[in-house]
Write a protein that binds this ligand. Sequence first.
Ligand code: HEM
Length: 204
Amino acid sequence: MSVVTCQSSTLRGIRELSKRRPMEALYNYLGGTTGSWRVTEAATRSGQPLKPVSHIEIVNGPLERLPLGTSWLLRGVVSNTRYVSREERDALQSKQPALNRMHATCAALIPIKKTAAWWSLAQDERRDILETRSRHIATGMNYLPAIARRLMHGRDLGEQFDFVTWFEYAPRDSAVFDDLLAALRGTEEWKYIERETDIRLERT
Ligand code: HEM
């Protein structure tokens, strides 16, 4: 693979991060001209668009080089949960599937940024909106195990998106995934989202 060495502040930030956090928590989503996932659709739901790309590559751990043809890089770390109760955590653990299932050849990459108003709330107020009033966790749970997911946090890395969300499912569950998104996007929680891009993919 052709590569170009990049001494940008982004990569310096990644090296700094890798000193502080386990490397396996970091995920890099590279948008460009090559990759393991081919873009089938991309839609800017709100806020500034991302440059259109044909492929996405996912790299776990620190990145030393950006492949030639990379247009953008989204980074996030898998972190501790903020809102789930013990009961919800147990239910999730018993129901949620692993990523990389053979039949799950469709995926969605949905980076999200929430508003300053959201971040000014206290933890209990955010839980009230996310779950008590919007039923994010309860609704999402109904779509397991069809949908496998990875939630990554970018805010503390100074990334342009607060979250990078990744979902995998079988082609026959594409409409099911759209139903889930329609349900979540109609909730109070989504009023606190100021930037969202929805990129659909298929495994190459
Ligand atoms: C597949 C079913 C889903 C399940 C089971 C699910 C479950 C969860 C859970 C348990 C959390 C809370 C994590 C915590 O306590 O910190 C969460 C957060 C989140 N989910 Fe989902 N989710 C699903 C689908 C989605 C979808 C389709 C999206 C967006 C496109 C999404 C976007 C997010 C975001 C951005 C957060 C972080 C919210 C915040 O911390 O402010 N989820 N999800």
